[in-house]
Design a protein. Structure first.
Length: 152
């Protein structure tokens, strides 16, 4: 599977639509049709999944036991707000109001593409997130992946 990459600044119109950047569209053509699912992220942002990626994730989520309280709660939280979207003829996506309210997205948004998904951030929140980068990124990296063998 191809990896998505890049940070893209987009503007939303009054109907909460945004145009998918052409560079990102080129990457998406290899991993997706023009169908997506948008959902709440783990932080106050949204995550946009190509439909095929969403289906793979939900296959795993659906294996959780609904008889286990924590697993059942996770399933509810994970699926809450999930909405299928399709690009229109102008390569725009219309975001649901409930989700944009949750992520405090209004006029400007950052699309942060990585791995197989795209995080959608209010521009100000993304700037704050980037400013919080650890002072010593090397130590942070050591803590997170220091014991993992990588082919880098």
């Amino acid at each position: 599977m191809q990896r998505l990459t890049g940070e893209y600044e987009v503007k939303l119109d009054a109907k909460m639509r945004f145009k998918m950047p052409s560079q990102l569209m080129k990457q998406l053509e290899e991993v997706s049709t023009h169908h997506f699912v948008v959902n709440r992220g783990f932080e106050k942002h949204l995550t946009l999944y190509p439909k095929t990626v969403w289906e793979g994730i939900t296959e795993q989520i659906d294996k959780l036991s609904l008889f286990n309280t924590k697993q059942r709660q996770f399933v509810r939280y994970f699926y809450r707000g999930a909405t299928e979207l399709s690009l229109d003829g102008s390569d725009r996506l219309l975001l649901p109001k409930g989700l944009t309210d949750y992520a405090e997205i209004s006029k400007e948004m950052i699309l942060f593409a990585y791995k197989d998904r795209i995080e959608l951030w209010a521009k100000e929140k993304y700037a704050s997130l980037i400013e919080e980068e650890p002072e010593d990124f090397s130590s942070f990296a050591q803590d997170v992946i220091g014991n993992i063998e990588l082919d880098i």
